[in-house]
Design a protein around this ligand. Structure first.
Ligand SMILES: NC(=O)C1=CN([C@@H]2O[C@H](COP(=O)(O)OP(=O)(O)OC[C@H]3O[C@@H](n4cnc5c(N)ncnc54)[C@H](OP(=O)(O)O)[C@@H]3O)[C@@H](O)[C@H]2O)C=CC1
Ligand SMILES: O=C(O)[C@@H]1CCC=N1
Length: 272
């Protein structure tokens, strides 16, 4: 594997995240000849093949032998079995990239040939529209070139940051699972609008635009969210009345508890 040619990319598991990676790699310059995906279900394999023009008919071992980069997008409890299928066919130097929640680089290194470079990634689903946030960490045998290749694969998914592996369970809790929290907030705001008499479509349109605009405002102004919140809150006005209810209902504490629970679950998934 080198940095100049496009490495052959095998995605093991063509579910939500596997498909996201396939589509991002194709947008980043990989041709459909240079990407293969594996799937348990033939129906799903056909669907991916028709949608992206990539080969999806082979098993994990055949595809892993062919690849320069093997990206594991299986559910965490399926990974150990598949590593058993591919460990004896990997060519020396093949990079293994994992997006599986909780599973450490050491988990892979213990199940793959000595010296296998491993990079652990925690992406999120907005990657599918190029607006994701991912953190990547190198395993014991992965160096700068392996991180760089991983960044090339993820180049069209959105933000990609490098992080020490000890942070990855926290990253999983915040940005990995985070889109679900934000979708939850959007749904709750829209539902509130319906309660107050807006049509469902209008309420959702306003909730989405408000979340998008507010996130963009934090990013573009560089201001602290508290400062921006205070700027919305006119003295004696509507916003302080609303925010007082969020405090009274423990919404901040609920977000912290959600993040801790997600972090703990990530640690638990990695302890198999
Ligand atoms: N969804 C998300 O937002 C994120 C997910 N991740 C991680 O990505 C990984 C995949 O998650 P996600 O895409 O949501 O899950 P999915 O269930 O959608 O994808 C996994 C896919 O792998 C298939 N599969 C199972 N066993 C095999 C096998 N032996 N060979 C080939 N394919 C197989 C599954 O088929 P079948 O359904 O038939 O079992 C399924 O289609 C997880 O480890 C998760 O932690 C990370 C960040 C975000
Ligand atoms: O829910 C999960 O386990 C995966 C990992 C982060 C987002 N989805």
């Amino acid at each position: 594997m080198d940095d100049v040619t496009t490495p052959r990319l095998a995605v093991l598991g063509g579910g939500v995240m596997g498909e996201t990676v396939v589509s991002a790699a194709l947008r980043a310059g990989w041709t459909d000849e240079d990407v293969r995906v594996t799937e348990r279900s033939a129906v799903r394999a056909n669907e991916l093949s028709e949608r992206y023009g990539v080969r999806a008919a082979d098993g994990n071992a055949k595809v892993a032998r062919w690849a320069d980069v093997v990206l594991v997008a299986l559910k965490p409890h399926d990974v150990a079995g598949v590593l058993g299928e591919i460990r004896d066919v990997l060519r020396p130097g093949t990079l293994v990239v994992s997006v599986a929640a909780g599973l450490t680089c050491a988990f892979y290194e213990a199940r793959l040939p000595d010296g296998t470079p491993v990079v652990r990634v925690m992406p999120n689903t907005p990657a599918v529209i190029g607006r994701g946030a991912s953190a990547i960490s190198a395993g014991t045998h992965a160096g700068e070139e392996h991180l760089a290749v991983t960044e090339r694969v993820l180049a069209r998914t959105g933000l990609v940051v490098r992080a020490p592996e000890k942070d990855l369970d926290a990253v999983t809790a915040i940005s990995g699972s985070g889109p679900a929290y934000v979708f939850y907030v959007i749904d709750a705001m829209a539902e509130a609008g319906v309660l107050l008499g807006l049509t469902r479509d209008r309420a959702r349109e306003l909730a989405v635009a408000t979340v998008l605009g507010s996130a963009a405002m934090v990013q573009e102004t560089g201001e602290h969210p508290v400062v921006l919140r205070e700027r919305v809150s006119s003295p004696g006005g509507t916003t302080v009345a609303g925010v007082r209810e969020l405090d009274a209902h423990g919404v901040r504490a609920a977000f912290i508890a959600a993040a801790e629970a997600a972090r703990d679950r990530s640690v638990e998934l990695g302890a198999q």
